[in-house]
Ligand binder design. Structure first.
Ligand SMILES: [Mn+2]
Length: 424
């Protein structure tokens, strides 16, 4: 489904007066509004193909209806999100679910919606129908070389699909690990995994990156073979300059200082990208910014400071992606909320007075440093985010127009109530 341009214009017109009043107010307080608006417009967040349908837990799954049934419909859904927020101009595919049957058709459909192909994701955390060997006891870490080879070959296939579509990166997340003490020789598991990653790395085209994602626990509950940023950093360092660590916000032990991890990885040129989500207890995969918005802001503070220190392009030099699951919300509304939360935190971090913060730090003026950060965090930057969207011909209030146009009802009518998005 597409929402016609004139519908978006009509919607914007109805909210314009109120928006302009708020935008003028915040503009009068900021010196470089145009620069901030430009950065906000450029900043795109990739949507993963698996986040477009209802997620679930091991206890059950409740379908929302109208979920995308194939890759074409997934691209159409992201095209709709992008038309509304002008910030979701990329899709991240998961193989084997998103194998393109007709590459040129898929490419032209994505181009039509202004969508590019972000990182490709491999899957060796479950067995597929017809697969020769099982990943029950791990993939790249497995004690059986034939199983390791199967996992390596799968990742190389994923790179090939990505090349055909114009993607430039591969994300490897391994569920490998152990559930009980004694099950695994940690050193051998690490070495097997490293050897496998080396073979995958060797298959990367020159202009590609590989992201090694880590996770503290689950589905394995005693050890994880890429368990934290230190282990991911170790793999990425040993692999070479095309290998980076990927930070998924939900993959840490409770209360980990993620912003500090981000800062040091950036300094070492080993931060590759992000999977945004939010959580209260574990890998909850909740809507970005719904539980800990201050943490998200502090992460963006380090990102902006660290990228500027290295002269990086905020929009293009790191991979930005949502990785979440929606059990009780309309997934498309949830994604609109997630993208909005990311843009708000980014905008707030652009407001931080770096010169003053630097002075406060050099003077050990702790209270002033906190004031500077919290002044930015407590600023209502939504008019800035809306203005950037308006100038890109997006909608002032994406969720409102999504509801007014009865998008979900239309999708259910078109696709049926009992659809299940592939890959979930
Ligand atoms: Mn992730």
């Amino acid at each position: 489904m597409q929402i016609e341009k004139n519908k978006i214009e009509e919607h914007n017109q109805s909210l314009l007066k109120d928006h302009q009043r708020k935008f003028e107010f915040i503009s009068s307080q900021i010196s470089d509004v145009e620069n901030i608006l430009k950065k906000l417009s450029d900043f795109q967040i990739a949507i993963p193909s698996w986040a477009l349908g209802s997620g679930g837990t091991r206890f059950g799954r409740f379908s929302i209806g109208g979920e995308p049934r194939n890759l074409e419909e997934k691209i159409e859904d992201i095209g709709l999100l992008h038309a509304l927020n002008k910030s979701s101009g990329a899709i991240s595919l998961h193989i084997p679910w998103d194998i393109p049957e007709n590459v040129s058709h898929i490419k032209s459909l994505a181009a039509h919606h202004g969508i590019r192909f972000d990182a490709m994701n491999s899957n060796t955390f479950q067995d597929q129908p017809g697969q020769k060997y099982s990943y029950k006891f791990g993939s790249l870490q497995n004690v059986n070389p034939a199983i390791r080879k199967q996992a390596i070959d799968h990742n190389i296939d994923v790179i090939k699909y990505g090349v055909s579509l114009g993607s430039k990166s591969l994300t490897v997340w391994l569920s490998d690990g152990s559930c009980f003490p004694g099950q695994l020789n940690f050193r051998k598991a690490f070495q097997n995994t490293l050897e496998g990653l080396k073979e995958i790395y060797a298959a990367l085209p020159a202009d590609w990156k590989i992201f090694v994602e880590y996770k503290a626990y689950e589905p394995n509950f005693y050890s994880t073979t890429v368990g934290d940023w230190g282990q991911s950093f170790l793999y990425a360092s040993k692999l070479g300059e095309k290998a980076f660590t990927l930070v998924d916000l939900g993959h840490h032990l409770p209360n980990a200082n993620i912003e500090q991890i981000v800062s040091l990885l950036l300094m070492e040129k080993k931060l590759g990208g992000f999977h945004f989500n939010d959580s209260k207890y574990g890998d909850d995969d909740l809507t970005v910014g719904s539980i800990k918005p201050y943490q998200l802001f502090l992460i963006f503070n380090e990102l902006v400071e660290g990228m500027d220190a290295r002269g990086m392009n905020h929009a293009t030099d790191l991979g930005w992606m949502i990785d979440a699951s929606h059990n009780v919300k309309d997934p498309l509304e949830d994604l609109l909320q997630s993208v909005e939360a990311i843009k708000i935190s980014y905008a707030q971090s652009l407001l931080i007075d770096r010169k003053k913060l630097n002075e406060a730090q050099n003077n050990n003026d702790v209270a002033a440093a906190q004031e500077i950060l919290q002044n930015a965090f407590r600023t209502d930057v939504r008019p800035l985010v809306r203005e950037a969207r308006l100038r890109s011909n997006g909608a002032l209030d994406p969720i409102a127009i999504y509801r007014n146009e009865k998008v979900r009802e239309y999708l259910i009518e078109q696709r049926g109530i009992k659809t299940i998005a592939t890959g979930l």
